[in-house]
Write a protein that binds this ligand. Structure first.
Ligand code: S3P
Length: 434
């Protein structure tokens, strides 16, 4: 168990790069493994979540070589995976488990997917139902949670599926099963979600029809992926922590370099700008199929806002740290339409509301969001519920706290942001691990 002690009165300055995008790292490991030929990946996130995905594919036959900067994967082709020697452990990663389940549902060998305590409580019915409609044989425990058991099912069939919730993981799971299904699969999302699967499949040479106005993505089964070069940009979800830190820390001037700014991920920039943040994108360019930019953030006073629901899926992982911004803003911030936060690595509405209240902030949880009246942040001991993003959010809060914040159980930060604490110290925050 690691505890972080975040002393008040730090600052943040400088130009730096946060680790690679977690969503893209999972996908790159998966697609490279089932591609024909060699894929070279730079910027791969060496965090626990994506490394578990990589190990899973290595245990099914993909040849993986990691040097300091490049991950080289020798793919086995669409039908080249073999049965792993045991269960596939996906750690803390909902993305890893849900996406791999789509792919493994089409294989000719059985698999069993397990996860840590947090992942073992997360809902899998959302993927089990559509996969079963495609003919897959997949089941979870009696509550529809992991472990997941997958039996060979023969040929899968395409489906037309209306997602019941805005989830890129469910969309991607179905698209991966659809690679192996006969016919055209159509997935319609109720709101735009991240589209890294669609973009990266195209980079691997697989044709995908991107969403039309009705939000429908289309893909035909039976094609193949070809090895390629993938350069993964810095993760905007990790960049969100220093971004909010710079917004709330007087005198701060921070530049985050080479950050992925795919429009399906930039809700945090839009929300912070609505609150009055000074954020400027420079050096905007494409890195393969993904837009990237340098993001400069300078301190400015923030105001409370009603966060538009359309921005919620585009900022879903960044909302915990947005709540910290709201806690020091002038006025009231209201978040609605964010019930998905209740089924993340922790119940992030409950976890953030409890921690903020401990620190003396007027934070009222609602079934689908939170109402936060900005003011002062005090100090105290907060629980992270073993959730990396809760842990990092409360470390950032120390920049405006009046007393130390003790953050319990910060070890899960390694899942998405290796080097977070070292980076905090190097850039001026008074955060140490004990
Ligand atoms: C992810 C999608 C989101 C996000 C998660 C990563 C992805 O989850 O919260 O951290 O890589 O597809 P949902 O699809 O469940 O919203």
């Amino acid at each position: 168990m690691s505890i972080a002690i975040a002393e008040p009165g730090g600052s943040i300055q400088g130009s730096f790069t946060v680790p690679g995008d977690k969503s893209m790292s999972h996908r790159a490991a998966m697609f490279a493994s089932i591609a024909q030929g060699t894929t070279r990946i730079t910027g791969f996130l060496a965090g626990e979540d994506s490394l578990n995905t990589l190990s899973a594919f290595a245990s099914m036959g993909a040849k993986v070589v990691r040097d300091e900067n490049t991950l080289t994967v020798e793919g086995v082709g669409m039908r080249g995976l073999h049965a792993p020697p045991g269960d596939l452990y996906m750690g803390n990663a909902g993305t890893g488990m849900r996406l791999i389940a789509g792919l493994l549902s089409a294989q000719s060998f059985p698999t069993r997917l397990t996860g840590d305590e947090s992942l073992s409580r997360r809902p899998m019915g959302r993927i089990i139902n559509p996969l079963c409609s495609m003919g897959a044989k997949i089941s979870g425990d009696s509550d529809g949670c992991p472990p997941l058991s997958i039996e060979p099912a023969g040929a899968l069939k395409a489906i037309d599926y209306q997602l019941p919730m805005a989830s890129a993981q469910v969309k991607s799971c179905i698209l991966l099963a659809a690679l192996y299904a006969s016919g055209t699969t159509r997935v319609t999302e109720p709101a735009i979600t991240r589209d890294h699967t669609e973009r990266m499949l195209q980079t691997f040479g697989y044709s995908v029809a991107l969403p039309d106005e009705s939000g429908t993505v289309q893909i035909n089964g039976g094609g193949r992926l070809t090895g390629c070069n993938i350069d993964i940009p810095a993760d905007i979800s990790s960049a969100a922590f220093p971004m909010v830190a710079a917004c709330i820390s007087p005198g701060a001037d921070v530049t985050l370099t080479n950050v992925g700014v795919n429009p399906t991920r930039t809700g945090v920039i839009d929300i912070l700008r609505l609150m009055g943040a000074d954020i400027v994108l420079t050096n905007e360019r494409m890195s393969g199929a993904e837009p990237v930019a340098d993001i400069r953030v300078r301190h400015s006073p923030l105001n409370g806002v009603d966060i538009p629901e359309s921005l919620v899926p585009l900022a879903i992982d960044e909302l915990p740290v947005v709540f910290i911004a709201a806690a020091v803003a002038n006025g009231t911030t209201r978040v609605t339409g964010a019930e998905e936060l209740r089924v993340k690595e922790s119940d992030r509405i409950a976890a953030m509301a409890t921690g903020l209240q401990t620190l003396g902030v007027d934070a009222r949880p609602t079934p689908d969001g939170m109402v936060i009246v900005g003011g002062k942040i005090g100090g105290g001991t907060v629980d992270t519920f073993f959730d990396h993003r809760i842990a990092m959010s409360f470390c950032i809060a120390s920049l405006r706290a009046e007393l130390p914040i003790i953050v319990n159980d910060v070890q899960h930060v390694e899942t998405s942001f290796p080097g977070f604490f070292e980076l905090c110290q190097a850039q001026g925050l008074n955060v140490r691990i004990s």
